[in-house]
Design a protein around this ligand. Structure first.
Ligand code: PMP
Length: 349
């Protein structure tokens, strides 16, 4: 039987199965629960959902709120069931079967996961030792290798490093490949560095965003692709008709209309991340390199990363370990950060 043949060789991503009492610093979610006032608005919005009807296939209202919050045109947006769904659609349906795909390493693993799952030819561009992309050599690689589709995150998960808007636009201008920039963490950096507003200028630019990080709605699974109308119509042609449920759409509208709250919570998380970063630096962990970050997590290179990861896990603190020598710790609440810092101090001293 050939059924399932393509999945046999894939490395499975197994999300951690949480138990009560566990400190979750592994998935880069917002650490802030919604305040009661906003929760009441959310519950009212859910109360108005017509549960017996299918959702709006085009998320018209949600796109309107999204466009207003970010100052873009709603015609340039398509909504997905998390940006994960949009990445899957890109590789299954929009990147042609014989296209050459370039991703970078280290980066968010789902790009190469889906490229491989759908049988696309995927090469990896290596970042330098500071985990930055050398822009000139990247452009040369794309052009010399005749790549058709290039995808990377900016700011980068897991490294927390960034390319400026100017650098991204340089890449877009100098190549004919479609450049997909995943800006899942841009709310933590600087909207002036986003290329979301450039999609009508460059036909080969595609941007992904999500409400799962700074906006604090990971539970609702709301992802956004921003691109010119031609690319948006391609997504609409192939996505499943009712991909985003009505409850998530209603909650998304409610949250995006709370702009003061959103800006304040992003600032709070940024402050907590900087405190976590500075405190980790102050621990002076032996042989560790701690990377500055424009996101809500801190990336650490340390030769005994696996031991640190395992010992934190024994203390019910879950972070991410990459390979044998890199750790990523999501900023938590002040209390959670204190607990992880104390644990790190005990483990690494
Ligand atoms: N892109 C990046 C860079 C991410 O880190 C993540 C989540 N870890 C996603 C996309 C997926 O986001 P979503 O919750 O919208 O599927």
């Amino acid at each position: 039987m050939r059924f399932g043949e393509t999945v046999n060789s894939l490395e499975e991503y197994i999300p951690f199965s949480y138990k009560p009492g566990i400190i979750r610093l592994d998935a880069n979610e917002s650490c802030l629960e919604l305040p009661d006032e906003i929760k009441t608005q959310v519950l009212n919005a859910v109360n108005n959902v017509e549960f017996n009807r299918y959702p709006d296939p085009y998320c018209k209202e949600l796109r309107r709120y999204y466009a207003e919050y970010y100052g873009i045109d709603s015609e340039n947006i398509v909504v997905g069931n998390g940006s994960d769904e949009l990445i899957s659609i890109i590789f299954s349906s929009l990147v042609p079967i014989d296209a050459k795909v370039l991703t970078v390493t280290p980066d968010f693993s789902m790009y190469s996961f889906y490229a491989t799952l759908y049988g696309r030819k995927n090469s990896q561009f290596n970042k330098n030792t500071e985990f930055n992309i050398d822009v000139d050599s990247f452009v040369n690689t794309i052009n010399d290798g005749k790549y058709d589709f290039v995808m990377f995150s900016n700011p980068c998960n897991p490294t927390g490093q960034c390319l400026s808007r100017n650098d991204i636009l340089h890449i877009v201008k100098k190549t004919s490949a479609v450049i997909c920039v995943d800006e899942a963490y841009m709310d933590f950096w600087d909207e002036n560095e986003s290329v979301m507003k450039d999609v009508n200028t460059y036909e080969n630019l595609l941007v992904l965003r999500t409400l799962s990080k700074a906006i604090g709605l990971a539970s609702c699974r709301l992802g956004f692709a921003v691109a010119n109308r031609n690319i948006i119509s391609m997504f609409n042609k192939v996505k499943s008709p009712y991909n985003v449920n009505s409850i998530s759409q209603a909650i998304g509208c409610c949250i995006l209309s709370s702009s003061d709250y959103l800006r304040l919570s992003a600032e709070t998380i940024k402050k907590q991340t900087m405190e976590l970063y500075n405190s980790i630096l102050n621990l002076k962990i032996k042989d560790a390199k701690v990377f500055n970050t424009k996101t809500n997590f801190v990336y650490i290179q340390v030769p005994y990363a696996r031991r640190v990861f395992d010992q934190l896990k024994e203390k019910n603190i879950i972070i991410r370990c990459f390979g044998s020598d890199r750790l990523r710790i999501t900023a938590g609440t002040e209390t959670e950060n204190k607990i992880v810092l104390q644990a790190l101090e005990e483990i690494c001293s």
